[in-house]
Design a protein around this ligand. Structure first.
Ligand code: UD1
Length: 417
């Protein structure tokens, strides 16, 4: 098992180019199944979750070729509508194939993606919405069987929570359904807009993505096209946290700064200067950060839950005490244990974390508990005194492309063993 070894307390300085968005890449690659044609996807990040998505596409019969960050998918010969358990379990977000499989084959058979490191991750909203679109669903022994004997038809779907995955699955299924689908209380994340842009380039007719109401006029068929994935705003926020935690000065490049509108004020409140220029942000941090009063994770455009762990790590050595409220996932404080091992003072009470800044962290042997929790430990290791060993980095590889290379290039001492 590989691990990361970090010698901390080096100020980061230089430029980090941010990868394409993982959370866009997965639904967009699944969308290529709808076309029965060839599609070219650019700026696709090199991540294990992307590999798992491509494994599923290959399993169902697609031809897949990778050339750098470009992925070519030909779904003409796809002929399987099931996903075996081991492929479902490789990646929690494999549920995103449900919509495309039903839309393409009129049926789908897959297993529950399983329990999750972030706590229970129900898919009731996905299934409720698909039923409204005409899908008959049975669930037995962890297997989900879906059939649409009369085909898919448009529906009015109101989500009780703006779930990202459910909004995506509805868009993926409804874009080739008969008639119009209207989603109210839809998720508004930039990755929803990216998926809509990609589907529209395939010939779908989706409007309102990025707003609370998304309207999908079913198209008879889609055809292949070319799409470029948006930059990964969570990777960007994580690298900003790394720069800030080390008192560094780093240009975060190849991003969409407006996607970070809820994150930038947190850095400013902590004492950093943040300058936006074109598709980059220059973050310049003081020697010691100030505590940030309140951070509440919310659906977009609120503060993203995925950025909470690395930003919490950055605040462990800030001057003063701050409060974080995690409103999206029940179990998203697993990184706290590792941070405490490194000397952080954090008090947890349900969804509230009180972070009492300490003058410094010290290196320790820790294990990544999940993807963003792993990124939190990297941020902590970069500012800690001494050597940090992070195990379980397969979690980190799910979402950060070449993390040790990108951080080494800006002066960190970090290597993979
Ligand atoms: C996506 C992101 C993930 C991010 C999350 C919230 C991908 C691959 N993953 O996950 O990185 O942290 O959005 O921004 O894009 N829920 C239900 N029933 C459902 C679906 C969701 O109750 O059927 C609840 C979940 O338990 C959770 C909340 O809704 O509490 C948000 O989940 P959701 O927005 O669906 O997240 P994902 O799409 O799984």
């Amino acid at each position: 098992m590989s691990k990361l070894i970090i010698e901390g307390r080096r100020k980061l300085s230089g430029k980090i180019e941010v990868q394409g968005a993982k959370n866009s890449a997965l639904p967009i690659l699944a969308a290529t199944l709808l076309t029965g044609d060839s599609s070219v996807i650019h700026n696709c990040p090199d991540l294990s979750d992307v590999d798992s998505t491509l494994d599923i596409l290959r399993y169902v019969g697609c031809y897949v070729k990778q050339d750098g960050d470009t992925v070519f998918v030909d779904s003409k010969c796809a002929d399987k509508s099931d996903i075996p358990d081991e492929l479902m379990r490789a990646m929690r977000s494999s549920i995103i194939f449900l919509g495309p499989l039903i839309a393409r084959f009129g049926s789908a058979r897959l297993t529950y993606p399983g329990g999750c490191e972030l706590g229970p991750r129900p898919i009731d909203l996905h299934l409720m919405a698909l039923r409204l679109l005409g899908v008959e669903i049975t669930e037995q022994h962890g297997v989900i069987e879906c059939r649409a004997p009369q085909g898919l038809h448009g529906a009015k779907i109101s989500l009780s929570f703006p779930s990202v995955g459910a909004t995506e699955n509805i868009m993926l299924a409804a874009c080739v359904a008969e008639g119009t689908t209207i989603i109210t209380n839809a998720a508004r994340e930039p990755e929803i807009c990216d998926l809509a842009d990609c589907l529209n380039s395939f010939g779908a007719r989706i409007s309102g993505a990025g707003e609370g109401t998304v309207i999908i006029d079913g198209a008879e068929r889609l055809s292949g096209s070319m799409h470029t994935i948006i930059p990964d705003r969570i990777a960007a926020a994580s690298y900003m946290a790394a720069a800030a935690a080390t008192g560094g000065r780093v240009l975060i490049d190849r991003i969409v700064p407006s996607h970070l509108n809820s994150v930038i004020p947190i850095f400013e409140e902590s004492g950093c200067t943040v300058k936006q220029k074109g598709n980059s942000i220059l973050i310049d941090a003081p020697n010691r950060l100030h505590a940030v009063n309140f951070i509440r994770t919310m659906p977009f455009p609120g503060f993203p839950t995925d950025a909470q762990p690395p930003i919490m790590a950055m605040l462990t050595t800030a001057k003063g005490t701050g409060i974080i409220v995690e409103n999206i996932f029940e179990n998203r404080y697993k990184h706290v244990c590792g941070l405490e091992r490194m000397g952080a003072k954090i008090h947890l009470e349900g969804k509230v974390a009180v972070v009492e800044g300490v003058p410094e962290l010290y290196g320790a042997r820790v294990a990544a508990p999940d993807l963003r929790g792993g990124a939190a430990l990297v941020v902590a290791g970069l500012c800690a005194n001494g050597r940090t060993e992070i195990n379980g980095i397969n979690f980190i590889d799910r979402g950060y492309e070449n993390i040790e290379l990108k951080l080494s290039e800006v002066g960190a001492s970090i290597k993979r063993l």
